[in-house]
Ligand binder design. Structure first.
Ligand code: SAM
Length: 343
């Protein structure tokens, strides 16, 4: 495993532990870091098949990423989630995970992945410090899985889930975006997984982004409909009292080892509890998933800003985090699609 060596001007002072709050008093403890805008799948609701990616020199290097994560940790971030694009297609992903895991004060290191490369990577990632994993899986039907992902092979993801369990990654969460006309009936089979595995299966309402917003709005399925479908087929859902903040409302089917969650960003926004920021692969701090407000960290970083200047830029941007999204008023983020933000 390599050791982080930062330029002299970027030396980190000791951790003040003061925490960081935004202008509304929300504590910022959670940073989602996009490692790349590239992906080995082309989910119909996420990105077009002929996607143009950022030139590689626009993507943050490992050292640049580590520096920003150290700043975030020093300001109070405790949880890092690596995402993309597809995080496992980033070169040196195992080594990079090892380096992030060693950043002082990071208590929780997770990854969101499509699972295609997990059979090979779950063990090494866990050994290098990854704690837990979210696997995106929208259908257990191989033909439908292929139709949704355009390029995917369901068997790869199922093998990846087994490897994640064998590697001790825990909890294992499965995230399914519900898309009308593609998988709204498949939610029942996905929910049934919780009867045999201690997975947390979560159903996510589709959100509208940029050029794909028309499709996403038309194919949106509210959580209430998904819950009703599951209850009709599998019986009542018992609400669980989950400690700690979780964007999912969580339930259990009778005697199930696993849990079911509903992430209803559109029909029941949870902005009041949101303590998240996102770092795009090219170094922009995105203050709200569904708002275009961003702060560029890469330019000052590459122009030689000091560690303190970068930290102040990060802190000031975090403070400006918008209250919440404006979907109910028809305000849709235009500048990026999900894979360019880091979901
Ligand atoms: N490639 C990784 C994966 O598949 O998990 C990480 C990036 S992907 C953009 C993260 C998550 O965002 C996936 O679960 C994906 O299904 C979800 N997603 C993509 N577009 C979305 C949308 N418009 N609304 C809600 N979720 C979306």
């Amino acid at each position: 495993m390599s050791i982080t060596i930062l330029p002299q001007s970027h030396e980190s002072p000791t951790l003040p532990g003061a925490g960081m709050r935004d202008q509304y008093g929300r504590q910022i403890r959670d940073l989602r870091v996009s490692l790349t805008d590239r992906c080995n799948l082309r989910c119909v609701y996420c990105m077009p098949e002929e996607m143009e990616f950022k030139p590689r020199d626009e993507i943050l290097t490992d050292d640049e990423l580590l520096l920003i994560i150290r700043i975030a940790a020093e300001l109070g971030v405790r949880k890092i989630r690596l995402t993309g694009g597809e995080p496992t297609v980033r070169a040196n992903i195992v080594d990079l995970v090892g380096r992030v895991a060693q950043v002082p004060a990071i208590e929780d290191l997770a990854m969101t992945t499509n699972g295609v490369r997990l059979a090979e990577l779950a063990g090494p990632l866990a050994r290098h410090g990854l704690r837990r994993i979210n696997v995106s899986l929208d259908s257990l039907n191989p033909a439908k899985f292929r139709a949704i992902t355009r390029w995917g092979d369901l068997g790869d993801v199922l093998a990846g889930l087994d490897a994640a369990q064998a590697a001790g990654l825990s909890p294992i969460k499965i995230n399914a975006v519900v898309v009308r006309g593609f998988n709204e009936d498949d939610v029942v089979d996905l929910a049934r997984l919780t009867l045999s595995h201690d997975y947390a299966v979560r159903f996510i309402e589709m959100m509208p982004f940029g050029s794909v917003a028309g499709f996403q709005t038309n194919a949106y399925v509210p959580s209430a409909e998904t819950m009703a479908r599951i209850e009709t087929m599998l019986g009542p859902l018992t609400p669980l009292d989950v400690t700690g903040y979780d964007p999912a409302r969580t339930y259990r089917l009778n005697a199930a080892p696993g849990t079911l969650g509903f992430i209803s960003s559109v029909s029941q926004p949870f902005c009041a509890q949101c303590g998240r920021l996102r770092l795009t692969a090219e170094g922009r701090l995105r203050l709200c998933l569904l708002r275009d407000d961003e702060a560029d960290l890469r330019t000052p970083l590459r122009e030689g800003a000091t560690y303190e200047e970068l930290r102040e830029r990060f802190r000031a941007a975090a403070y400006r985090k918008p209250w919440g999204h404006g979907l109910a008023r028809g305000v849709i983020p235009r500048r990026r699609i999900m894979s360019q933000i880091g979901g």
